[in-house]
Design a protein around this ligand. Structure first.
Ligand code: TEU
Ligand code: CA
Length: 541
């Protein structure tokens, strides 16, 4: 495999609105990120993926872009962004941007022109029809996917909110616009791109095809050729699909993307026979283990994996995969289980300090457009989810769980700012879950993350973690995740108890030494009684 500069790097995802509010207006900003670069450097991460920071009315918190080449004034100025890029670079940290190509904002100049008349050159930038086509296909955020425009006597298509009209990729001008936007940022020194819902840019609306249309991969290849492929950057696609879809995007010879996120584990708690995340079901860790193994084996030698358990659209990983009774232990176990696999680790802001889901008192505490759309559809419309069940589902799965302000310390507004009411509630647990306390406690989740990152980068073991083969062991065991990484006669084994119970276990190999552990135990025999969520990384003889 051809070696790349980003192969051994950790990506850290920042949701700028919630990270750090420097000017104390209640909204996180770029200067806030700059002020925390030392914290991030100290943690050991190398690439910062920033969710969209472009001009936006913020209906979907930036995933509704009104100008692809300008900075959202809520977050700062272009000078601030240039400063962030250069200050980060001084610490050998690089910026990854979020490219939303599938749709833009209804406040974008293109859309404002488009609705002026059918002859307007921008009209064909969007998907207009005289009647809704396949009206049974609903918007991802609730309600219809077609919105009527009276002045035109036409409807336009929007996969997400009605303020997020889909762009018409059948119009070659759209490819050009997106290419120009990417090239603009490449020249500013951006070193990575995360592509939002990239599987949707091949849609064929009249044929009822929304994801993975026949022209999808040709379009991604064209974007590669005309824009980011000319720069030495790291790319990752948000592509909801299966293993074969992942291969199609990531086989190096196809010149598309370096890796994609797979959502089979994180969405396995959604009951898709009913209303998805709003009708959640319990986690099945064996299923998750099998899925992780499937992607490791499927992409292993051929392409590359993205290793993640959280992002800005998901509930927190302790709530999903771990246990509140074993907060610290399970947080560390989850990290150990996932980040020693082969691929690029992604850490979502707050994950490293064990931030948790938030219990909101009322529906109005939620900011997310998705929550309010779903409430209208299922609680008020279909009436097949009760208000109480809906609130309970939101506690488990609502995207706002990941978007509460970062908890920096046990002081006013958790240190997010100096006291102005933040745009979204702060989790009241900041009194005991916060970065400052975590830094001080040698057994904290944060210090474990630091140790884990150091270990994965340690020159003695790095090649094994980065390029070593992955082999799952004891695969039928439904409680334990055991896997081995091997490179040039070095073998490292990762053993994780995924359960909240004690499990006696006989280690099936000869131990040289323990490289990382989340319990203060000595391991001198091969017969061990694993504690709940115990995790151990062994160097093998
Ligand atoms: O998400 C796409 C997506 O399909 C889901 O993750 C979505 O968040 C929803 O929860 C499905 O139920 C991406 C972004 O990550 C998300 O934040 C945006 O809202 C969305 O695209 C639209 O740009
Ligand atoms: Ca601010």
């Amino acid at each position: 495999m051809e070696k790349k500069w980003w192969h051994d790097k950790f990506v850290y995802q920042i949701y700028p609105k919630s990270f750090k509010d420097d000017n104390n207006d209640g909204i996180g900003d770029i200067k806030g990120i700059i002020s925390k670069l030392d914290y991030l450097h100290d943690l050991g991460v190398d690439i910062l993926w920033l969710t969209p920071f472009f001009t936006s009315p913020m209906v979907d918190n930036g995933y509704d872009i009104a100008d692809y080449c300008d900075i959202n004034p809520l977050f700062g100025t272009m000078e601030d962004m240039e400063m962030l890029i250069s200050e980060a670079k001084k610490r050998e940290i690089y910026i990854m941007m979020d490219m939303v190509a599938n749709h833009c904002s209804s406040e974008h100049r293109w859309f404002k022109e488009a609705i002026k008349s059918k002859d307007n050159p921008y009209h064909d930038y969007f998907i207009f029809r005289d009647e809704p086509v396949h009206p049974e296909h609903k918007s991802c955020f609730g309600g219809e996917a077609w919105e009527y425009v009276e002045s035109l006597n036409q409807y336009y298509f929007h996969e997400f909110a009605k303020e997020q009209p889909d762009l018409n990729f059948d119009n070659p001008k759209i490819m050009e616009e997106i290419e120009n936007a990417i090239n603009f940022w490449m020249k500013k020194g951006i070193r990575g791109i995360r592509f939002d819902v990239i599987h949707m840019i091949g849609k064929e609306i009249d044929n009822g095809i929304y994801g993975y249309g026949p022209k999808l991969h040709k379009r991604v290849q064209e974007l590669y050729r005309t824009s980011y492929g000319n720069y030495d950057i790291i790319t990752v696609g948000e592509a909801w699909g299966n293993l074969n879809d992942a291969l199609d995007f990531t086989l190096p010879e196809r010149n598309e993307l370096n890796m994609v996120f797979q959502f089979e584990c994180t969405s396995s708690t959604n009951d898709n026979q009913r209303h998805g995340k709003f009708t959640p079901k319990p986690i099945d860790m064996k299923y998750c283990k099998d899925t992780w193994i499937k992607y490791q084996n499927g992409l292993n030698s051929k392409s590359w994996n993205a290793l993640f358990v959280e992002n800005h659209d998901l509930g927190r990983c302790i709530n999903r995969f771990g246990s509140l009774d074993y907060m610290k232990e399970s947080a560390k176990a989850i990290a150990t289980m996932i980040y020693f696999q082969k691929g690029t680790p992604y850490i979502y802001q707050g994950q490293e300090i064990g931030m948790l889901n938030i219990r909101m008192d009322s529906l109005s505490d939620y900011n997310d457009v998705e929550v309010h759309g779903a409430y209208k559809d299922y609680v008020l419309g279909l009436k097949d989810i009760t208000h109480e069940d809906f609130m309970e589902a939101c506690y488990k799965e609502a995207r706002d769980n990941a978007r509460t302000p970062f908890q920096w310390e046990n002081s006013i507004n958790a240190g997010f700012n100096l006291g102005t009411k933040p745009w979204l509630k702060i989790n009241p647990n900041y009194t005991f879950v916060n970065a400052l306390d975590e830094l001080k406690d040698p057994n904290s989740i944060l210090n474990y993350y630091k140790e884990l990152i150091k270990l994965r980068k340690n020159p003695l073991y790095k090649d094994t973690f980065v390029y070593g083969t992955f082999t799952a062991l004891d695969i039928d065991n439904k409680d334990i995740f055991l896997y081995k990484r091997e490179y040039n006669h070095q073998t490292i084994i990762i053993l994780v108890n995924m359960m909240d119970k004690k499990i006696p276990y006989t280690i099936p190999f000869e131990i040289d030494k323990v490289l990382l552990k989340n319990y203060n135990k000595e391991y001198d025999t091969k017969e061990i009684l694993l504690s709940p969520y115990e995790a151990i990384v062994y160097l093998v003889k």
